[in-house]
Each structure stands twice: as C-alpha cells, then as structure tokens.
Design a protein around this ligand. Sequence first.
Ligand SMILES: NC(=O)c1ccc[n+]([C@@H]2O[C@H](COP(=O)([O-])OP(=O)(O)OC[C@H]3O[C@@H](n4cnc5c(N)ncnc54)[C@H](OP(=O)(O)O)[C@@H]3O)[C@@H](O)[C@H]2O)c1
Length: 289
Amino acid sequence: MKSLHHKVAVVTGATSGIGARIAEVFAGEGAYVVLAGRREREGHERAAALGEQATFVRCDVSLEADVEALVGHAVDRYGRLDIMVNNAGGPGNMASVTDFDTEVFARTMAVHVAGVMLGIKHAARQMVVQRSGSIINVASLAGKIAGWSGLDYSTAKAAVLHLTRCTAVDLGEYQVRVNSVSPGFVPTGIFAKGAGADASVADAAAPSAAAMFKPLLDSNQPLPGTVATDDVAAAALWLAGDASRLVTGQDLAVDGGMTAGRPAAVSRAERTRMRDHLSEDVRATEVRP
Ligand SMILES: NC(=O)c1ccc[n+]([C@@H]2O[C@H](COP(=O)([O-])OP(=O)(O)OC[C@H]3O[C@@H](n4cnc5c(N)ncnc54)[C@H](OP(=O)(O)O)[C@@H]3O)[C@@H](O)[C@H]2O)c1
C-alpha cells in the first residue's frame, strides 16, 4: 500500500518550487491534497495535473481568514486533516541592520512566522479532535547559521525552528506531531523573485539557479550535488507518514551537510596554505644574520 493512502494533506505555497513538488509526491503516495497559494491560474493548473485527488484553494497565509478557510475546505471535502505542510514563503532582502525597516520586517514575519503559526493553529484544531496529525514546517539552513540570507528572512526561519519545538510540546498529548525540514540551496524561482523578476518568469528560470550555486556549493557543502525539490519532498514524506510516528519537535536538514560544517577538502587546502606561509616565515627567520 502507498505510504499516504487516503490521508488528507494541505500544502501551502504549492503553486511552485518545493511546495509544488511536495504536493506531487504526496499525491503519488495516495494522499488527497489541497494545494494553496495566491496565484490562482498556477494553482488550478497544478491541482488539475494531479487529477481528482487534488484541489486548489487561493490563500494568503498572512491572513487568518484565508488559512481558516483553507483548512475548512480540506475538512469539509474529506472529513479530516492528516498532514499540514506550512511551506509558503518569499525571498529575503539583503539590507544591513543599519537600514532596518519595520514594515519590511513585519511583512516577512507575517508570512514566514505568523503564516506558519496560523497554519498550525487551524490544522491543530482539527487534529486535536482526531487525536492524530503531522504538521511539517519548511524552515531553512538560514535559520541555523548566519550569513546565507537576509537578516529578516534568517530571523524568521530561526523563529520557525523554535515555534516547531514549542508547538510540538504543546500538541504532543493529542498525538499531533510538529516537525520541520530545513533545505539548503534549492534551485527554485525564489532567488529570481528576490532579484525582482515576475513570479512566472522566475519559476521558469529556476533550473538555471543550479549553475549559479555551483561555486558556492563546491566550497561550502560537504556532499557534492545540488539539493533538489525531490530531496526536500522525500524528507517531508517521511515526516508526514507513520514511519516517523514518534518523531516530534525535530528539524530535518536537507542541505548536503552545509550546517554540519565545511567540506574537509576546503579545510585541508587552507591548512596547506597556512603551513606553506608559516614555513616561508621560518625560512626567512633562519637566513637572518
Ligand atoms: N529554494 C531554497 O533554496 C530554499 C531554501 C530554504 C528554505 N526555502 C523555503 O522553502 C519554501 C518554498 O520556497 P521555494 O524555494 O519553493 O520558492 P518558490 O518557488 O518561490 O515558492 C514559494 C511559494 O510560496 C507561495 N507564497 C509566497 N508568499 C505567500 C503568501 N503570502 N501566502 C501564500 N503563499 C505564498 C508562492 O505562491 P504564490 O506566489 O502563488 O502565493 C509559492 O508557491 C519557502 O518557505 C522558502 O523560504 C527555500
């Protein structure tokens, strides 16, 4: 039997990128999937491509009424909710703290933090009654280590990691699990959107981001290769299903090891450079009269 046979899942931010792939993988594993996002044409097209087991609901996750209606749609249609994936998010901005802007910060927090909290709130109201459910939040490597994305975005993702733990302990007694996945660099449209491109143009150009990442990954990611939306979806699938039934409050990093540390080859090359530099200094000292 498929691992999500007849389970009911909601995936926010499913009109493109990671969320779209999670919705496809869940549907392929037998789940009824409700896709959500703000872009209606893309959402309806993606749901239609998944067949009768998928529907699309327009939803801005920063608006509580939208999130409540989204969860309500899933429960009205299928009678329950087993999996909630809080994935919706936009790009960060790279401004320094010296240019901190409260409005921009509030918008980032409204989508990335309050949006996740609202998804948990409304999903949990149903899951608590059922005494079961798996909630998966999409965080980021930027929430664990600084310097990989903008200040607002990184701060928001760090909050997602901790709100995952806080809500996991809050809901544990009802057998409702809350976990997160933290992707590394995944070629999606989010980077071009951050550079100001129109969303559909950015999504179409997503594969070209892989070439852009290459030098960055070579020097910072221990495992060679580019993290794909498939890799993140596979982690979400494991957290969604019964195989992880006693896992809660945890983060699963899908980052090729970037948050574990630097590739050993990079450290070795640096040590060699330092040793060569030091031995030149020693030689210079030795020849001095
Ligand atoms: N790509 C990476 O390298 C990476 C790394 C770490 C974490 N992440 C996280 O992964 C998640 C998905 O990003 P992605 O890379 O797949 O980018 P993406 O292709 O741009 O997808 C973002 C999704 O979020 C939706 N969205 C944005 N704002 C929304 C809002 N206010 N309400 C509802 N939906 C909204 C977008 O749909 P609409 O435009 O239709 O609303 C879209 O479906 C984000 O949370 C992102 O921070 C990405």
